[in-house]
Ligand binder design. Structure first.
Ligand SMILES: Cc1ncc(COP(=O)(O)O)c(C=O)c1O
Length: 415
């Protein structure tokens, strides 16, 4: 072959980093369930998107859709200053819990890109990063594909509600077969949909400080807390984040704007900021999108009203979906934040194994036309827990999807 690709190019062709459930989701996107026209259609409850708020955003976007001169030319690739200033104010005011300086922010096209760039500059190929599991599925693609970092999973167990403890972290660190550079920790947690208390976050941060490793705290769901709990940012607990604590956030979740591709790194490590800035050219958020988001955030009253209504809707959707699960006696790990929670699907499996979980996932997809996030994709330590996203479709659709699961569970029970 004369026009072959590089080894890494061929590697990407042979093993694309996106998991199978996402391919299944994208392949079937045109077969959406509709009670009138497509009663057997797909109900996709697997991708963490918030489709419950567009009616709030659309009129506001229509108001601020004005192209600004500063946004159409080259600017700082890690975010134009007018945008970073508004973003810093917004973050200080809403979830960071203290003053954020615009100089300490770097904006890229989504949290995924922020993570990819950040780990590129924190780690060398082969370095280890601790990731508690069950986890957000995308961290493996973000860290391992180009950065060549090795994720060391820290498996939390269903027996104690998937709690993350410093004992588990100690064990993972002691058993690591490579230098561990960082802990990547998500609060509120994806896929558990739970907020770690200030005490819990503090304990994890102290552990990392004592072990002298970086902490990357992914707070992308910070403003999507619907339960009776309080979110505390790591930046509030460590007013001096030093060189080791870095916070990630994005517009993708709390504002339901995953397609606009805008995420942000908040770090007080000058060298980290300079290093990611050197790579920013390849991961910028377009000037037009920055301008739009700047205008969106500038109206604080609108932002506050939006955030309150978003929380109310998340809570309402969670309540409606879990009520249906309750009515079929299907167990799940209760949630207080985010767009999802874990369903205990062990009673639906023909055997408790990874193969059994995969067979169930395929059956739900192929026969019920319901796509859940398999536990294996969340790198769970044990088979039998799938993530159900309750905000990726209108709540009536999610409810119909849960009825399909419930009817299937009943058919098994009565067989
Ligand atoms: C915890 C977490 N981090 C990062 C991302 C990626 O976000 P983005 O779409 O902004 O790249 C997601 C998306 O699901 C997520 O759940």
């Amino acid at each position: 072959m004369t026009h072959n690709l590089s080894e890494r190019g061929e590697g990407l062709v042979a093993a694309p980093p996106l998991p199978e459930y996402i391919h299944a989701h994208l392949d079937r996107k045109d077969d959406q369930w509709c009670p009138e026209t497509n009663r057997d259609g797909l109900i996709s409850l697997c991708v963490a998107e918030n489709k419950l708020v567009w009616d709030l955003l659309e009129p506001r976007f229509a108001e601020c859709r004005r192209l600004e001169a500063y946004s159409i030319g080259y600017d700082k690739m890690a975010g134009a200053m007018p945008f970073r200033e508004v973003l810093a104010d917004f973050m200080s005011r809403t979830f960071i819990g203290r003053k954020v300086r615009p100089d300490n922010l770097a904006v890229f096209n989504g949290a995924g890109s922020v993570l990819e760039l950040l780990f590129y500059v924190l780690c060398d190929p082969g370095d280890g990063v601790l990731v508690p599991t069950p986890s957000y599925t995308g961290f493996w693609a973000d860290l391992e594909t180009r950065d060549e970092v090795e994720i060391i999973p820290v498996h939390c167990s269903s027996e104690d509600g998937f709690a993350l403890t410093t004992d588990l972290l100690d064990d993972a660190l002691a058993q690591a077969d490579r230098p561990v550079k960082a802990l990547l920790y998500t609060n509120p947690n994806n896929p558990l949909g739970c907020v770690y208390s200030a005490e819990e976050v503090d304990e994890i941060l102290s552990w990392a400080e004592a072990n002298e490793i970086h902490v990357v705290l992914d707070e992308i769901y910070a403003l999507s807390v619907f339960g009776d709990v309080e979110f505390t940012s790591g930046a509030e607990l460590r007013p001096d984040m030093g060189d080791w604590l870095h916070i990630v956030w994005a517009f993708s979740k709390d504002f339901g704007l995953s397609g606009l591709r805008s995420g942000v790194l908040f770090s007080e490590n000058e060298r980290v900021l300079r290093a990611v800035d050197a790579l920013a050219m390849w991961a910028s958020t377009s000037g037009d999108t920055q301008s739009l988001l700047r205008q969106l955030l500038a109206d604080e009253d609108w932002v506050d009203g939006y955030l309150a209504e978003n929380k109310r809707r998340l809570g309402e959707a969670y309540r409606r979906v879990t009520e249906v699960l309750d009515s079929y006696d299907i167990e799940y790990v209760p949630a207080d934040s985010g767009f999802f929670f874990l369903v205990d699907v062990r009673p639906l499996m023909d055997e408790i194994s990874w193969e059994g979980e995969y067979r169930l996932w395929r059956h739900l997809l192929d026969e019920l036309n319901v796509n859940l996030t398999p536990g294996a994709a969340c790198h769970n330590g044990e088979p039998g827990f799938m993530r159900l996203v309750f905000t990726s479709v209108p709540t009536d659709t999610a409810v119909e999807g849960v009825h399909r699961l419930g009817r299937y569970a009943r058919s098994l029970a009565s067989a």
